[in-house]
Ligand binder design. Structure first.
Ligand SMILES: Nc1nc2c(c(=O)[nH]1)N[C@H]1C(S)=C(S)[C@@H](COP(=O)(O)O)O[C@H]1N2
Ligand SMILES: [Mo]
Length: 226
């Protein structure tokens, strides 16, 4: 959403479009449909029902938060011994890591070999030290989006808080300044514009999980809609 569409009418129109989009995705989820054109099953690197794309589609709620690095903060809290809050320089002062992985979106596209730069989830976990009763993690985005994963999925070597993609700063449309990248689950679990990582004892289904998407979202067993 650009600034010049934020007039009263613009907000109403965009709000309606957004509601329509969400309603459509929710209906689709309820009908448990596999997206049109998706193959029934593909062996190997491509999970069942997925097709490979070369481009990188943008998918979100239609709000693109603008968080300048100077205003950026990441809070990690909840059921942890040492909650933390980083500003941008502190985030960049953490050990930096690179990962290469595949994206699998529930809308049936997959994209191979994405090169990410950022901070490993396991570095964050080592710092905050989850309490014994922390079993789930909720990611919160600046757009109000939330999504939940079992702690075991976040506590994985391939998960990171990414600020770079293919050697460039992560584009705002794709969640810049920083997003979660959690490649073992469908990409809706990888929160864009992440502002808070909350450790919780009881599971707390997020935006799509309360609108018919599967609570876990494993692409290999096609946990699309519940
Ligand atoms: N904050 C936030 N994160 C989000 C979303 C969103 O709407 N808001 N959409 C999710 C969905 S449904 C998908 S498929 C991916 C899309 O990421 P991309 O736009 O970088 O491809 O982001 C996920 N993370
Ligand atoms: Mo998605």
């Amino acid at each position: 959403m650009s600034d010049d569409t934020r007039g009263t009418q613009g907000v109403t129109l965009l709000g309606k479009l957004r509601e329509k989009l969400i309603a459509r995705k929710t209906d689709w989820a309820k009908a448990r449909r596999r997206p049109d054109g998706a193959a029934a099953s593909v062996a190997g690197r491509l999970p069942p029902g997925q097709r490979l794309v070369k481009t990188w589609p943008v998918l979100d709620l239609g709000i693109t938060p603008d968080t300048p690095q100077a205003a950026w903060r990441l809070k990690v809290d909840g059921r942890v011994a040492h909650p933390l809050e980083w500003d941008w320089p502190t985030f960049l002062a953490q050990p930096q890591t690179a990962r290469v992985n595949d994206i699998h979106c529930v809308t049936a596209w997959s994209r191979y070999d994405n090169h990410w730069q950022g901070v490993a989830a396991r570095h964050v976990i080592a710092l905050v030290q989850p309490l014994a009763d922390a079993k789930h993690v909720v990611f919160h985005g600046h757009d109000g989006y939330t999504t939940n994963v079992a702690l075991a999925y976040f506590d994985s070597d391939d998960v990171l808080i990414a600020h770079g993609w293919e050697g460039q700063p992560l584009a705002r449309a794709h969640g810049g300044p920083a997003r979660i990248v959690l490649p073992r689950l469908y990409f809706w679990k990888s929160a864009k514009w992440v502002r808070r990582i909350e450790f919780v004892a009881a599971d707390h289904p997020g935006f799509w999980e309360t609108r018919g998407y599967h609570n876990r979202g494993d692409p290999w067993t096609e946990e699309r809609y519940d």
